[in-house]
Design a protein around this ligand. Structure first.
Ligand code: BGC
Length: 917
């Protein structure tokens, strides 16, 4: 047995990590044939500046010594202060209950390169193009009669410098960042595979930098660095719709980078942005904006500009901007990258010379096109999510975000074009300006995301639910581009907190989102008001207290999201770092609402897009929405309750008692104010019961009655959903928990409007914002707000994974130290299987109901993990494991649970369980 999958701060060998005390994680790879029930009993971590010494288990920087502990994730570095730019190699060995010391891990690579550990180690100036004026341009929103004026800057400046190295370096690191967006190149090649860098933060508070190991890109002799700049989130158009806004953080695009190259003797050459760089203001990227799209004129390209030997005599000197001094931080999560290349599944020609390629999948990114043409030919790509009935592109729902790319050909043979500084939400791309019908192989959809790898799989006997899972996974990736957004296509694309909090648990079932969500948690603090209010979206490009702040269910993301990161990854540090912020927030709700009914808030969206917003014949016009103050008060109780748990976990018992009492008092108030003597919750909505049960607001004796009323409220809608963004997932979970699992399955498997199945039957490949985004016979919903790529009601993924498949976190043993396996067959589903690659390794489940009505369950539990396996069995005697009575099977202990369920406790290993029908 050896430790494997070594990760530092969730990443495999990160370059440029500025965490002073990074955390190490590994998994214990037990391998086939290993005994069951393997537990780590001790570990030793070494950190060394030499790879060989680390490989041999010698720590010249830090040696933890043998530590008696089961901990195999988030082991904290406790050595001397880390030095900027240093490469630290690390290694680990473990002792388990079944064997002595393991070998040192020989998995490569396991190192990290420290980033800027002291601000003084960033030696680069901020440079930019001299002059260049902005011009006013009219743009049109699909929802506004009059055009609006926006400012467009000069073309993307190109910046360059050449430098000489006396010898090929043994190590070279390039740090780069921008105010705006940049692409940095070295000796003719793009550096790294990150896109849209440096990523979105509140640039007033901090700007991320990225670091790259460029040892292989630089050489002895002359070298060149080139960079191109664009507006990005910093200076480009920003949502959330309604009125065009730009230049909130700044107007001028700026760049800062430093390359450090070490020779064998350890001497370092530093090449940093300064006044010696040259600049060209008339390059090929004529315009670029996330909403509007990009214009690339190939005739303006400067061949060889990013390589040594280019004649830049006609270029100008850059300006050094002394005024900008942003606070720099290393990017802690994975960069936005391309993760898939899609080919068109069909190409149509709705008008002569106008072609529409169907990429077969609603996606986020751009198209790459190979085009023949003559100099001056303009090829126009328009992007949309849907088609109109007549087969033309549906762009009404984009509002101001035109999403149009234009390429001007230089006539030099077949050229491949793609934008660099924009991204679009689309399934269909309309191409015009070509000299003939495009070949399908000449159009490629490049899908981008911060989350490029999924950590799980799900499938079951109903293919519609497999499609649903795929739609959720696509929607998640499409909306995790630097920050978690509401939608990726219209002029919005904001880090809406209500959406993020309702989806975060599903996200943790899909992928390792720990780094991404940890970064977003810092965004939340950056946007937090002096008084403690969280914003409704982060980053929050508005002055404090102006608008979009402190809304129940949205601002509460500041409590709920970090809690879920802790639950999923066992990350205590995120809670420690965020604790004071959480307290300030809950204290503010309390101060503003001493009567404990939350009526003083910033805004209140309530259970957004609930049934009352559905416009369809035969569907009730009212009766779906939980009253807003009940909704708000439920979140007050939820946030106070979670804060009490966080306080207890961090050993802050006085706070834990105080917030525990507050949560209990708010719950009591909720019952007093919103629940009548018959147990009817104000509004008598599906949502009201769902939220009250889901947030555990009701006394135990009232739960069964509330569940019955929830079922009645579904019957009142003729068995259909009337819940909105926030309450839908709660309703499914509570139906399944409280004895109405078949009804939950019925709702999830339904193809009748409104349902997920209905959207799939209309061709959905992502989750829609609204239940009635498109209705057969009626057409599209209000174009003012109708996204087809919104993850909120995709939170049903949580139910598919935790309840139907039956893999769930144990909040009391976070990071999947203990896993709850509780599959629940129901509806038409006769089998389900799936897995999650969690902090300790892969947890896999496959269950089926066999022909004899029996239940079979295969479970894989990784080393250093325990599981509670809930089996739908009459009694212990009816269960076998691996063909023998379960009581005789090794590594598993069974216990008769309540209500015809047997609970088996198991350690690591693979189990083949069967229960007689
Ligand atoms: C967004 C939502 C968001 C909401 C707030 C909408 O425009 O798209 O997803 O949560 O505003 O009500």
């Amino acid at each position: 047995m050896q430790p494997s999958d070594l990760r530092c701060e969730y990443r495999v060998s990160p370059v440029g990590l500025d965490v002073p005390r990074p955390r190490f994680s590994w998994i214990l790879d037990a391998g086939p044939g290993a005994p069951r029930g393997i537990v780590q009993v001790a570990y030793q971590v070494v950190v060394s500046t030499s790879r060989d010494r680390a490989a041999a288990g010698t720590g010249d920087t830090w040696d933890s010594g043998r530590v008696e502990s089961e901990r195999s994730s988030h082991v904290i570095y406790d050595g001397p202060p880390l030095r900027s730019h240093e490469t630290y190699h690390w290694n680990v060995r473990v002792w388990t209950n079944v064997a002595g010391a393991s070998a040192w891990s020989d998995v490569e690579p396991a190192w990290w390169v420290a980033g800027i550990m002291n601000p003084g180690d960033w030696r680069a100036a901020w440079i930019g193009a001299p002059g260049g004026t902005h011009r006013a341009v009219e743009v049109r929103s699909t929802t506004k009669p009059a055009p609006q004026r926006v400012l467009r800057g000069p073309p993307s400046p190109m910046l360059r410098v050449e430098f000489e190295l006396a010898a090929a370096p043994v190590k070279a690191i390039l740090y780069a960042t921008a105010l705006g967006e940049h692409e940095v190149r070295l000796n003719g090649r793009r550096v790294g595979d990150g896109l849209l860098q440096p990523g979105w933060t509140d640039y007033h508070c901090r700007v991320q930098y990225q670091a790259h190991d460029v040892t292989g890109l630089v050489h002895h002799g002359m070298n060149a660095i080139g960079a191109m700049l664009a507006d990005g989130w910093y200076a480009g158009l920003l949502g959330p719709g309604d009125a065009v806004r730009q230049h909130y953080w700044g107007k001028e695009r700026r760049f800062s980078c430093q390359l450090l190259a070490w020779d064998v003797s350890g001497a370092v050459t530093v090449v940093a942005t300064d006044g010696s760089w040259r600049c060209h203001g008339d390059g090929p990227v004529r315009d670029a904006d996330h909403f509007l799209g990009e214009v690339h004129d190939a005739r303006k390209e400067q061949p060889g500009w990013d390589a040594p030997g280019f004649d830049d005599a006609s270029w100008e000197p850059v300006i050094v901007d002394e005024r900008v001094r942003p606070r720099l931080l290393a990017q802690r999560d994975e960069p936005v990258r391309a993760f898939a290349t899609l080919s068109p599944v069909a190409i149509t020609e709705p008008a002569p010379g106008v072609y529409i390629a169907d990429m077969g999948q609603n996606m986020v990114g751009w198209c790459e096109t190979d085009v023949d043409g003559q100099a001056g030919d303009e090829i126009v790509l328009r992007h949309g999510e849907m088609l109109e009935e007549d087969g033309t592109l549906h762009v009404d729902n984009l509002r101001l975000a035109a999403q149009v790319d234009r390429f001007v050909h230089d006539g030099r043979g077949r050229r491949t074009f793609h934008p660099r500084f924009t991204f679009h939400g689309f399934r269909f791309v309309e191409i015009s300006g070509l000299r003939g019908r495009p070949d399908p192989s000449s159009i490629r959809g490049i899908a981008i995301s911060s989350i490029t790898t999924l950590a799980s799989a799900f499938s079951c006997s109903n293919p519609m639910l497999d499609r649903l899972w795929s739609n959720i996974a696509w929607t998640a990736r499409d909306n995790m581009v630097s920050i978690p957004t509401d939608c990726p296509q219209r002029d919005e694309r904001m880090g809406w907190m209500g959406d993020a909090q309702v989806f975060v648990k599903t996200a943790t079932f899909l992928a390792d989102v720990a780094g991404f969500m940890s970064k977003f948690t810092v965004d939340m603090r950056d946007a937090q008001g002096e008084d403690g209010q969280y914003a409704d979206f982060c980053p929050h490009p508005f002055p404090e207290h102006v608008t979009f702040v402190f809304s129940p269910g949205w601002a509460d993301c500041g409590i709920i999201l970090p809690w879920q990161v802790h639950v999923a990854y066992g990350d205590t540090r995120i809670l420690e770092e965020h604790y004071e912020s959480m307290k300030r927030y809950v204290d503010l709700i309390h101060e503003e609402n001493p009567g404990l009914v939350w009526t003083h808030y910033g805004g209140n969206y309530g259970d957004w897009l609930n049934g009352d917003t559905i416009k369809a014949a035969g569907y009730p016009a009212t009766g779906g929405e939980i009253p807003k103050n009940a909704f708000a008060t439920a979140f007050f109780a939820r946030s106070a309750g979670l804060l009490a748990r966080v306080a207890r976990l961090l050993g802050k018992d006085t706070d834990a008692d105080r917030y525990g009492k507050l949560a209990a008092a708010v719950k009591a108030k909720f019952n007093e104010q919103f629940v009548d003597e018959h147990g009817i919750i104000a509004g008598n909505t599906q949502a009201g019961y769902a939220i009250a049960l889901g947030f555990d607001l009701l006394p135990e004796g009232a739960r069964a009655g509330a569940a019955r009323r929830m079922v009645d409220a579904i019957a009142a809608y003729d068995g259909r959903i009337s819940t909105g963004f926030i309450s839908t997932i709660q309703m499914l979970l509570q139906l399944s928990r409280l004895g109405y699992h078949d009804l939950a399955c019925q709702l999830v498997e339904s193809r009748r409007f409104p349902s997920w199945g209905y959207t799939i039957d209309q061709g959905a490949t992502t989750i829609w914002e609204r239940w009635d985004g498109y209705v057969k016979g009626r057409g599209f919903q209000d174009k003012g707000m109708n996204s087809f790529n919104h993850y909120s009601i995709g939170a049903v993924g949580e139910w598919l994974f935790s309840t139907l498949l039956g893999i769930d976190f144990d909040e009391d043993a976070p990071g999947m130290k203990h896993v709850i396996i509780k599959p629940l067959p129901g509806g038409s589903i006769t089998w389900a299987k799936g897995h999650l690659d969690a902090m300790h390794g892969r947890i896999a489940v496959a269950w089926r109901v066999n022909d004899a009505g029996g239940f079979e369950l295969d479970v894989d539990i990784p080393a250093n993990t325990t599981a509670s396996i809930h089996l739908p069995a009459k009694d212990v005697g009816s269960i076998t494991e691996g063909g023998v009575p379960v009581e005789q099977a090794p590594g598993i202990a069974v216990e008769q649970g309540a209500g015809g369920v047997v609970v088996a406790c198991a350690g690591s290993g693979s189990y083949r369980l069967a229960c007689k029908g």
